[in-house]
Design a protein around this ligand. Structure first.
Ligand code: GRF
Length: 201
């Protein structure tokens, strides 16, 4: 049975695009389909990507409404979409406890570092890569993990390393890491789907 994905975004949507491409003619073909894209930011370029791919896309304005109202809208959109899995793809908002409870072990997040290092509140985007460069790390990478009530602390599904040159800029690190993000997010989704199919046999 093809798994239904709800993909949540806040910005460029390059990870969303990687999932779209994997469904179209990659490892997720016949494995998953995106039933809804939800953005916390009405100006997210990821909404353009969703539209171009003919996907249902809903733009919410996180800053334009009270937290409870926003959380309830997100919950209802996901519920009504019939999604089996929720993919946080460059999504910058905290997922409500209600969604985490109802979709336990079914929410995946991509983080641009080798968790548990360089994770936690405020560690997103360039903040992560700046910290990695400042610490003179020899490697970084990307992590796909299950989402729980804290930031970046859930069960790690998959990681991939990138090796860093000395004095590499945080922009260069971001580019290298983003490349492996696009590789492992679809792979992690496939792994979760296959594990579920095995467990349901
Ligand atoms: C990526 O680095 C991702 O790891 C982080 O948000 C960044 C932008 O992702 N969560 P995208 O291009 O919007 O998918």
């Amino acid at each position: 049975m093809i798994k239904k994905l709800a993909v949540l975004i806040s910005g460029n949507g390059s990870n969303l695009q990687a999932i779209i491409n994997s469904i179209k003619d990659g490892i997720l073909k016949g494995v998953a389909e995106i039933v809804i894209v939800i953005s916390s930011n009405p100006n997210a370029y990821g909404l353009e990507r969703a539209k171009k791919a003919g996907l249902k896309a809903v733009a919410l304005d996180y800053n334009g409404m009270p937290q409870e109202q926003y959380d309830e809208k997100v919950y209802k959109l996901i519920k009504d979409s019939g999604a089996d899995l929720i993919c946080l793809a460059g999504y910058l908002r905290k997922v409500s406890h209600k969604i985490i409870e109802e979709y336990k072990s079914k929410i995946l997040n991509i983080h641009p570092a080798l968790l548990p290092k360089y994770g936690g509140k405020g560690m997103y985007g360039h903040h992560v890569h700046e910290a990695v460069v400042k610490a003179k790390e020899k490697k970084s990478g990307a992590t796909v993990h299950l989402v729980d009530d804290d930031y970046d602390t859930g069960y790690i599904i998959m990681q991939k390393e990138v090796f860093l040159n000395e004095n590499e800029s945080h922009e260069d690190v971001a580019k290298k890491v983003l490349t492996v993000e696009h590789e492992i997010f679809p792979q992690a989704i496939k792994k979760i789907v296959e594990n579920e199919q095995k467990n349901n046999k």
